[in-house]
Design a protein around this ligand. Sequence first.
Ligand code: BYC
Length: 331
Amino acid sequence: MYSQGLIGADGRSDETPEFLAAFQARVDAEEKIEPNDDMPEGYRRTLVRQIGQHAHSEIVGMLPEGNWITRAPSLRRKAALLAKVQDEGGHGLYLYSAAETLGVTREQMTEELLDGRAKYSSIFNYPTLSWADIGTIGWLVDGAAIMNQIPLCRCSYGPYARAMIRVCKEESFHQRQGYEIVMKLAQGTPEQKAMAQDALNRWWWPSIMMFGPHDADSQHSDQSMAWKIKRFTNDELRQKFIDATVPQAEYLGLTLPDPDLKWNEEKGGYDHGPINWDEFWSVVKGHGPMARDRIKARRKAWDDGAWVREAALAHAEKRKARREAAPLAAE
Ligand code: BYC
């Protein structure tokens, strides 16, 4: 099994130019690459890295919102939040399965997450301090996720692209339910509106950072775009997200915490203020406010679930032994 070099793996390949050109021709012809097809090692490594990190993000992403299930303000809100958090767990499972088609196991990916080698999205290292955070996460974080993930439905790797179709349908529902929570607060008492504004102030910049470094600093984008794993660059997606979100904030009567946000007629989009990349890289390197808690919670879940994995394995082995013994017994 390929346990080395998955994390931070670059897209370099050692194959012959003819092999790489033939592969590129398939990608350029929009053919889907499937698990048993020949593929450059760099392509496989890039996908394992991205899909693995994506899967971890979905699972770790259950934690900040799960924190509010017991405190949701009504039965209806609780049921919707519970369903949303379960959806995220499902997304993680589709994505781990998609990565497994490339020759890694879920155990290997999980170990890399727990020992700090694997990344997960920076956004989930921030705390959820009020009920308004739950609405804001749905509106902004799921909104950013959709912007990033709709193009992944056209990713050149078949299993990832197919997993993303269902993920995007569910994320779209999440975004709407989040926006509706924020809308209710924004139209509520002055205290509720202030709570919504406070959440927006805290989540706006981290949401903008989710799209990753500026294109000039994105080490993987060029190769991933050439292989049609990514269809848009980090900055292109960030711009689309900002352009879509500004009118949504205006409709709510809330203010985005960026005094430099201004419509630029020439480019047909909003200009924004400088992003705090020191904060981003510090969070990515594991120093986010909730980083330690997130990994501690994942480690506990992994350890507490060990007996389930062992029991499932023992059961599968017993069934296999019974199946193998059955034809002999029948003779
Ligand atoms: N956080 O060369 P770059 C969700 C890393 S799930 C942490 O541009 P790439 C949701 C990057 O990995 C959200 N690390 O990379 C779930 C690379 O480091 P390595 C997750 C980040 O891969 C539940 C380095 O920086 N979404 O939305 O071309 C509820 C250089 O970056 C981040 C996905 O995973 C970050 N924000 O582009 C609600 C989508 N950004 O790996 C919502 C799939 C960058 O060399 N992933 N880094 O050590 C992608 O689309 C791409 O991987 C990214 C980065 C756009 C994230």
